[in-house]
Design a protein around this ligand. Structure first.
Ligand SMILES: Cc1ncc(COP(=O)(O)O)c(C=O)c1O
Length: 352
């Protein structure tokens, strides 16, 4: 693939929002942070400013730590919440369960208990049976509920649904963890400040995603219950995510949060998914699978059309049995990309 090919708009795909690079604001921030030397391991000015900006987004009086990827944010955040004899209730399609290669189990020793979901969401009223093990010395003890906001199916928990999960957790002595790899998309879709559906709704520990929102690499673990953060500097170091050149994550987060770049990126990605869905809905033979709340459209294409579409655009068929395709838009997806994709789908479905 040549540099020219890479620049070509036809080279944008719908496989995932982490297939995109980074916008110029982020590259500029990285270039500026690259001048001269700076203290390592997060003792630099960029990290200090980024952490402050993140904490401010959630109303202050919380503690944010930078790590380099989303799996680490989840695994390390959960490590601060769990003992090896405990368990986590999460949806049966949760990224921590399905797509982190057992990292949570390996690093915490705790068990993940899959809970049936509706469009990616678990509901407080279905959790009671999962507490039957409580007090039984032979069984893992439920300690954490983990939700993904926005979900792996591209849907959103309402603030009330998160509150209900938090009430349930508190009533039964559990804590609430949130995988917010796409938290920015959720905020844009809910048209709500980040703190309203995290901290204010009762979340204790949050993975706050940057990578899918337009930075090259970087996520934050945010502790609203500061007691849980007590050992986190060591958990992060032992967990291999105390980056020596942390300033390059800090600089990116700072640029992302200043002037609401994060929100503009998320709004744009969501709008492109809405447009994509609207175009696909017009094509007979394409079946939409879930509500499209954020920057993700789930659909089924006729089987024979799939290779033709994939010749031109990459996307994942998440489940070969059901043929469900996951299409993800990014901060840099253009209207032209969406219209090109829809035209290719139409042709492929029509057998051309
Ligand atoms: C919901 C969710 N959580 C966590 C992650 C993990 O991110 P990473 O691939 O950076 O480890 C992803 C990435 O796809 C994700 O979709």
């Amino acid at each position: 693939m040549t540099a020219k090919d890479r620049k070509d708009k036809a080279n944008r795909h719908f496989a995932s929002d982490n297939w995109a690079g980074a916008p110029p604001e982020i590259m500029k921030a990285l270039a500026l942070a690259n001048a001269g030397h700076a203290p390592a391991y997060g003792a630099d000015e960029w990290t200090a400013r980024a952490v402050k900006l993140i904490e401010k987004q959630f109303g202050g009086n919380c503690l944010a730590f930078l790590v380099s990827n989303g799996t680490a944010a989840n695994v390390l955040g959960l490590s601060a919440m769990l003992k090896p004899h405990q368990s986590v209730l999460c949806s049966s399609v949760a990224h921590i369960l399905v797509d982190e290669c057992g990292a949570v189990e390996k690093c915490t020793g705790a068990r993940l208990d899959p809970v049936p979901h509706m469009n990616g969401k678990i509901m407080a009223q279905t959790l009671e049976p999962f507490l039957l093990a409580a007090g039984n010395q032979h069984q893992s003890q439920p300690a954490v509920i983990s939700v993904t906001q926005a979900t792996e199916r591209g849907t959103l928990y309402s603030i009330d649904e998160i509150r209900a999960l938090s009430r349930f957790a508190r009533k039964h002595g559990l804590r609430l963890h949130m995988d917010g790899a796409r938290l920015a998309n959720a905020a844009a879709a809910l048209d709500s400040p980040l703190r309203d559906f995290t901290r204010a709704a009762g979340v204790d520990v949050l993975s706050f995603g940057g990578t899918k929102n337009g930075i090259l690499f970087g996520e934050a673990v945010v502790f609203f219950d500061k007691n849980l953060a007590k050992d986190f500097p060591w958990i992060r170091k032992q967990g291999l995510h105390l980056m020596s050149k942390m300033r390059f994550i800090g600089a990116q987060f700072e640029a992302l949060l200043r002037d609401d770049l994060w929100l503009r990126n998320a709004r744009h990605a969501n709008a492109m998914a809405a447009l994509l869905r609207a175009q696909l809905e017009k094509i007979p033979g394409v079946e939409i699978c879930f509500p499209t709340d954020i920057n993700m459209v789930w659909c089924r294409f006729p089987e024979r059309a799939i290779p033709k579409i994939q010749k031109r655009f990459s996307f994942h068929i998440e489940d070969p049995a059901t043929r469900m395709a996951r299409l993800v838009t990014s901060f840099d997806t253009s209207k032209a990309d969406v219209m090109d994709f829809a035209a290719v789908v139409k042709q492929a479905v029509d057998g051309k």
